[in-house]
Design a protein around this ligand. Sequence first.
Ligand SMILES: Nc1ncnc2c1ncn2[C@@H]1O[C@H](COP(=O)(O)OP(=O)(O)OP(=O)(O)O)[C@@H](O)[C@H]1O
Length: 464
Amino acid sequence: MAKPNDRTGIWIVDDDRGVRFVLAEALRDAGMEVREFENTPSVRKALREAMPALLVTDVRMPGESGLALLEELHVQGIGPVIVMSAYTDVATTAAAYRAGAVDYLAKPFDLDQALASVQRALADVPQAEVASSASAVPANALLGESAPMREVFRLIGRIAASDLNVLVTGETGTGKELVARALHEESARRGKPFVALNTAAIPSELLESELFGHEAGAFTGATRRVAGRFEQAEGGTLFLDEIGDMPLILQTRLLRVLAGGEFYRVGGRELIRCNVRVVAATHQDLDARVMAGQFRADLKHRLDVVRIELPPLRQRRADIPLLAQHFLANAAQELKLPPKRFSKAALKAIAQRDFPGNVRELENLCRRLAVIAMGAEILPADLGKSVEAQGGDWTDALREWAGRALERNEADIHTRAREALDRVLMEAALAANEGHRQHAAAALGVGRNTLTRKLGASRARRKS
Ligand SMILES: Nc1ncnc2c1ncn2[C@@H]1O[C@H](COP(=O)(O)OP(=O)(O)OP(=O)(O)O)[C@@H](O)[C@H]1O
């Protein structure tokens, strides 16, 4: 193989002649020397005589994948490499960064963007830290193909391996928790716990012990030592949802832990060191809360090292068909119903809807459709039925459900029914109020705390 100081030119590897041509021309126009390759064996051959200053490679090509080549070259210390691909799922982007890529271009890309990326790579501008573990990447449930979601995947892939704190923002139901999970799964912390805590769902007087644990006798009713979420997440990731609602006094404690990596359990004297990556999320405007004195600016800075903004579903309608089909198939499987599919017209009609409750609302709609649509194909008329079913006589369905559950001698029928009732009402009210909890609570005629507590309890149960 050639010596590293012989590096010249930019090598483009892509089985698509069109892509090679357009990119090569753009780079040549910018005064760069370019060589083109249509597969990895030809690159290997060329590497016997020369080395590129920069390699730009596609991922999926007939024969060997660009990532396999990249991994090998990375081990040998060649670099930098830019990966370009139409596959912008988290698993592929994260794998590219792990294999040593300095950037990831989502196809189709803008030529100016590609040129800027090449120039950055050549100038050796430091990119995000990358870890170099090459283990298999688990399948990820975070779906999307719209431009904003591709950007989100790219960002996740880029920062997952670092230990940076991340703030995920977006309306309710946009997938903030899924993003936090993806960050965890794509990091070296995978295999260690991922612990989620909705700070708004826990009464503030209990939140401290929930986060940091307590010793026996710390307060009335504390009969034994209990580990908090920080301890439970040791070595892994702690997801703090609705961070904007955290009481100020706890913000101060959290800040201390983040700054020092140490804490005491409530009522405890032993200083506990922790190694936890914190991913926080909020649907609120944290900057506005800082301005209003409701959120500590220094804590915001600690949490907001990297920000991932999830756009509402109505701003990424291109994702709706993909998500809807996925949820419909999932619901049918989960509920043991025969598989159903959307007619083209139904899918089109769904994609035109606004979803104030975002992906969660779409998921719920698909579940209802899986149950109520008569035929194997869901038609636009079924969408209307689904709306009627929401406002129709649901007690019939409940009666039927109760009858079946009793027949099967199932346990906790009343509790489960109440939970389902709570959940449906809360989700409906949140969806109707753009995720605004106070408005949703008012619309239901319950207190805001009741709503958040029930919401948290119902989610915790669904997760367990
Ligand atoms: N991109 C996506 N692909 C697949 N499923 C998704 C996606 N985004 C969200 N979901 C699903 O939608 C539901 C809501 O997502 P999630 O709980 O992550 O939202 P959230 O933003 O954390 O909501 P909240 O602010 O109300 O806590 C979940 O069931 C999740 O699996």
